[in-house]
Design a protein around this ligand. Sequence first.
Ligand SMILES: O=C(O)CCC(=O)C(=O)O
Length: 377
Amino acid sequence: MARRMTTEHSTVAVVHNAFGKHELRGFDYAAAAKAGDETAFDADVLGALDRHGFVVIENAVPAADCTQLVAEMRPYIDATPHGLHGLGGTRRVGALVARSPTSHRFVAHPAILRLAQSVLGEQRLSGDAVRIGDRTGKGEKGFRYPWQLHLTQIIDVGPGGGTDAMPHNLKMHRANGMWLHNFEQASLDPQMEVMWALSPFSRENGATHIVLGSHRDQPRGGPKAHREPTIQAEMQQGSVLIWTGWSVHGAGTNTSNERRIGMNINYALAFLAQEENQLLACPPHLARRLPESLQRLIGYRQPAGALNYVAECQAPADSVLKEDFDVLVPGAHGHDMDAATDGPTFAPRDEAAFAAKLADLEARKARAVAADELGKL
Ligand SMILES: O=C(O)CCC(=O)C(=O)O
């Protein structure tokens, strides 16, 4: 059955390469939201990402939000040297969640989170499958992988960045190699990458180079894609390019007089280490002020079973996120104590109050260890 396409989409580029005929498609988020058409929009964005390995969401946020975010990050950007981590003439600046309240609208953009839920939580891209216990298949409620924020980084390519004078030593690459494990045979998408255009992205100012279809290289991390021609993902301010961890990409060369300001926000499976450790980049005394959904998105939760417990088997919400929690205070866990078996020292004086507190703790803990709830964000 032919699938209905959203009306507001454009074809940014068409290529024929070793992986077939591929397109970089742009889908207009503002138009879909206005038309109340986000279900069809989500399906089209996911379909394009699956088919081509890259997709653009246009008008994902107002341009004013990009300007505001850059203004909040300006002191950190200006205090950062060029050339960090392989990109000549480029400033890389992180810890966005802690430093920029406006970044929260980008990090937790509803269309991006729904896409991450499909790609990571449900492994909906062709050939992938969730495997939990003896069950294998596409994810569904209660049977899906937990995922979380993986890194936040402004990538600000200055004039001359990538030229011979300031070369990009980080060439075209895939992101999935960072965990060392070879996921090529695993039928798995461990990571989804996102590049927000905080300034316009043009060929001249270093728009990201991409190889369409390269996520289907065989094996998935194979070398063939590196021999294929690239195109550049030109975007308006407020648009966003999304690709899979298997898709080959790299920063462009800035031959203009402007700065190309992008923001890389990645998401990955929550049982893999984060590239930018969000619990350190946004430590508990700052994370306590965030909405619970954002705390959970950055990793203050138990994504599965016992993962991520603190001290005496406490969920982050029952420990470090509490205002008065101090890991060095014996008994700070708040668990019930039994005078007969545990000794009298910490036996509660007010049994009823303690029972109520324990019931509350148990309820919170049950919520925290339940299957991943990020889809509800
Ligand atoms: O800045 C860009 O366009 C891409 C940068 C990139 O791929 C990276 O730093 O890993």
